[in-house]
Design a protein around this ligand. Structure first.
Ligand code: 5AD
Ligand code: SF4
Length: 448
């Protein structure tokens, strides 16, 4: 029997990308507005929202094992909602395979959760995977309305969806077409986040640099215009954005990297592969050369920029020689950090049925070689930053007593020991660089 009482406590568990983390926060705020409170750490919640990711196989499988783990000794379960991209892509399948799930809600429909909860506690199993033209944002409660504090480094989704249709990717199907949130709504949300304590805002979008809007004077602006305007908020110290597509990279955004001090010297620009034939088969619509050209320009505008990317190894048909092109590109760029993945066939995507699926052992060998090269460059980048003085935004306590963790402007994790608090912006000298992090010593407690 499903629970019949309106839940009093909730837990939202987000998997996958930062956009899911953002959606998870907004769902939590929505539930709080309904009078449902966050379950204390370790306590069982009446309502569990699994905010899922569908980008690779393992992510989807995890959902089913998580649902299984929610089952109590007496066979009952809390009220379970599956949200996010697995919900969007496999909603019917979830309902069939997991009888304990009462609600399936897609990424564009979660503003309807309160209504769905009422129906679910009335005994119905409800699915909402609509993608309404009117975006959910207008229907959500304003950020931090209930006086809750923001994390010092906050996320703000400015754009959703993707029109690029890379042949391996589910995002255009699960998140829908590219939609930019209106300018005024974003400025308002950013100010609310800053009022609630955010010192850094990361602007999020599947294709964040495709964001476009009309400013207060009716002029059409791009992401660079939005960044310049946000930089005017006095208490906001840092701006970042992710994820970009090489083809939407404008001269204006490149210039902003050289001109806007608050825009951090970090760029995540996925390339996926180094071979032009593979890039074409992936429908990436850029070449290795045009990608490198963008990086060159950004480096010219902001010489200390730290570069990041995404890679897929073992795309169908990728030959040994084509994989070597990926390694060659890595050698050329010298990334500060990267994500790399084995190709995972996603149902419904064109690549899933392409000839030349690469055997698992070849994939493993390639990812190990790629990660060795990326690891080498990441460590070298961290070591090369030793001796630099920079600001660090303190985000949380470290694992060791007295230790704190924050981020450098180049998005390195920086550890140091001193008497500081979460949210402080401190000046440090970087003293030691490793693979994953950099150690530092505090120079001045609070930055000017
Ligand atoms: N298999 C492996 N990696 C994928 N990505 C997206 N789809 C797949 C897939 N089917 C990776 C890409 C993308 C990142 C978010 O996930 O590198 O940039
Ligand atoms: Fe997926 Fe390509 Fe769109 Fe990125 S640009 S979300 S990889 S389809």
């Amino acid at each position: 029997m499903p629970p019949t009482q309106i839940p009093q406590t909730y837990r939202v568990k987000s998997f996958g990308c930062q956009m899911n983390v953002y959606d998870g926060e907004r769902m939590a705020e929505l539930l709080a507005e309904q009078g449902i409170t966050a379950a204390p750490d370790g306590a069982e919640a009446d309502l569990v929202v699994l905010n899922t990711c569908h980008i690779r196989e393992k992510a989807a499988e995890k959902v089913y094992s998580d649902i299984g783990r929610l089952r109590r000794a007496d066979g009952s379960s809390p009220l379970i909602a599956v949200a996010g991209c697995v919900a969007q892509a496999e909603g019917d399948e979830i309902m069939k395979r997991a009888p304990a799930v009462q609600m399936v809600v897609g990424p564009q429909a979660y503003h309807r959760l309160p209504e769905m909860i009422r129906e679910a506690t009335g005994g119905k199993r409800v699915t909402d995977t609509d993608m309404p033209a009117q975006t959910k944002f207008g229907a959500l409660p304003a950020r931090n309305r209930d006086g809750r504090r923001s994390a010092p480094a906050a996320f703000l989704t400015v754009q959703e969806g993707c029109d690029k249709f890379c042949t391996y990717c589910v995002v255009p199907y699960t998140r829908g077409a590219e939609v930019s949130r209106p300018h005024a709504e974003l400025i308002d949300e950013a100010k609310r986040l800053v009022d609630a304590g955010a010192r850094e805002i990361s602007l999020l979008g599947q294709n964040v640099n495709a964001w476009t809007g009309e400013d207060a004077r009716g002029r059409t602006i791009g992401l660079d215009g939005l960044i310049r305007e946000l930089a005017e908020i006095p208490e906001l110290a840092r701006i970042r954005y992710t994820t970009s597509h090489p083809n939407d990279f404008t001269e204006g955004l490149i210039a902003a990297h050289g001109e806007v001090d608050k825009l951090m010297p970090f760029l995540h620009l996925p390339v996926q592969a180094g071979s032009d034939r593979v890039l074409k088969a992936m429908n990436r619509s850029h070449t290795a050369e045009s990608y490198l050209k963008v990086l060159e320009k950004v480096r010219a505008a902001r010489p200390d920029i730290a570069l990041s990317g995404d890679f897929i190894v073992g795309f169908p048909g990728e030959s040994d020689a084509e994989f070597e092109d990926t390694l060659a590109l890595v050698d050329t760029v010298r990334y500060a950090q990267c994500f790399s993945f084995k190709y995972s066939p996603r149902p419904g995507t064109p690549a899933a049925t392409m000839d030349g699926q690469v055997p698992a052992e070849v994939m493993t060998e390639r990812i190990m070689r790629l990660q060795a090269a990326l690891g080498r460059d990441q460590t070298a980048f961290n070591k090369a930053s030793v001796g630099k003085t920079c600001q660090v935004l303190v985000e949380r306590k470290g694992k060791l007593p007295g230790q704190w963790l924050g981020k450098s402007p180049w998005l390195q994790s920086v550890y140091f020991e001193d008497d500081v608090a979460v949210g402080d912006m401190v000046t440090v000298e970087l003293t030691e660089g490793g693979y994953n992090a950099v150690s530092a010593r505090l120079l001045s407690p609070v930055a000017a």
